[in-house]
Design a protein around this ligand. Structure first.
Ligand SMILES: *[C@@H]1O[C@H](CO)[C@@H](O)[C@H](O)[C@H]1NC(C)=O
Ligand SMILES: *[C@@H]1O[C@H](CO)[C@@H](O)[C@H](O)[C@H]1NC(C)=O
Ligand SMILES: *[C@@H]1O[C@H](CO)[C@@H](O)[C@H](O)[C@H]1NC(C)=O
Ligand SMILES: *[C@@H]1O[C@H](CO)[C@@H](O)[C@H](O)[C@H]1NC(C)=O
Ligand SMILES: *[C@@H]1O[C@H](CO)[C@@H](O)[C@H](O)[C@H]1NC(C)=O
Ligand SMILES: *[C@@H]1O[C@H](CO)[C@@H](O)[C@H](O)[C@H]1NC(C)=O
Length: 209
């Protein structure tokens, strides 16, 4: 996945993941630290998380907002999948805002990729900036048979290439969102979905995807 600013999902949205930055494994994150219970940062965070679901649904599936003043300022954003209705968008962001504080109880920075929405917050300004890390690959456990593999791969590459081009034009009714499918055998299709947050440039969306 391309982050914050972006999500790329191919094949399946299978599970929900929360990452409390920095990740245990991958390198490119600086340690952004933790906050204390009942701190100003904590209160700013809870305030903004609780306001996200209504604001995201009121704003067509994407919303970014900050709360408080430096050094306790919290930047948060949420993005719903472009094909999600308002009710599901609300439920997903509501669930995510609760889950992220459970799974990342005191991290200054965290991201949650849900099946239908992403939610992210940080103590640094993350708005309007393309970031390609952290990155998560979630394999679909269903295998493609070896006889179909070449055709699958070729179809997949064509499909994703065209979805990336289409999405990054930003001209669809849901900005930077594209979804589609193509058959790779007589009975099976490959499905793709790509989406960037609408606060980044076309060029950044294209290069991330
Ligand atoms: C946090 O604040 C609440 C309300 O002021 C208080 O009841 C609670 O004990 C505090 N918790 C900690 C860990 O300081
Ligand atoms: C965001 O939500 C809060 C609380 O629901 C509300 O007070 C605020 O006006 C909303 N902001 C926008 C820009 O919609
Ligand atoms: C959302 O981010 C943009 C920058 O991309 C910023 O100009 C705007 O003020 C932010 N919105 C809120 C409510 O903070
Ligand atoms: C948001 O989530 C909480 C906790 O699961 C739940 O109690 C509440 O009803 C949800 N709000 C809405 C409007 O769905
Ligand atoms: C898919 O292939 C891998 C590697 O050959 C194998 O370990 C795995 O069990 C297969 N999964 C399924 C669902 O058949
Ligand atoms: C699938 O296509 C990609 C991109 O062209 C290539 O890197 C990869 O090796 C291919 N995989 C298979 C199994 O053919």
């Amino acid at each position: 996945m391309c982050n914050s600013s972006l999500i790329t999902i191919t094949l399946a949205f299978l599970i929900s993941l929360s990452l409390c930055l920095p990740l245990a494994q991958p390198e490119p994150f600086s340690n952004t630290g933790t906050f204390a219970t009942n701190s100003t940062y904590a209160n700013n965070l809870y305030l903004i998380l609780s306001s996200l679901p209504s604001n995201v649904t009121a704003n067509g599936g994407f919303y970014n907002a900050s709360a408080g003043q430096d050094p306790n300022k919290v930047y948060a954003l949420a993005l719903c999948r472009g094909d999600l209705d308002t009710g599901k968008c609300y439920t997903c962001t509501n669930t995510s805002s609760l889950e992220i504080t459970k799974q990342c109880p005191d991290q200054n920075e965290a991201i949650r990729w849900g099946a239908e929405c992403i939610l992210r917050y940080s103590n640094r300004n993350i708005f309007g900036t393309m970031e390609v890390s952290p990155f998560q690959c979630v394999p679909n456990p269903n295998n493609i048979s070896s006889t179909d593999l070449d055709q699958f791969n070729q179809t997949l590459n064509n499909l994703m290439g065209s979805l990336v081009n289409q999405a990054s034009l930003g001209s669809s009714s849901i900005k930077y969102f594209a979804v589609g499918d193509k058959s790779f055998s007589s009975s099976r299709n490959v499905y793709g979905l790509v989406q960037c947050t609408p606060d980044i440039s076309q060029m950044d969306c294209n290069s991330c995807l």
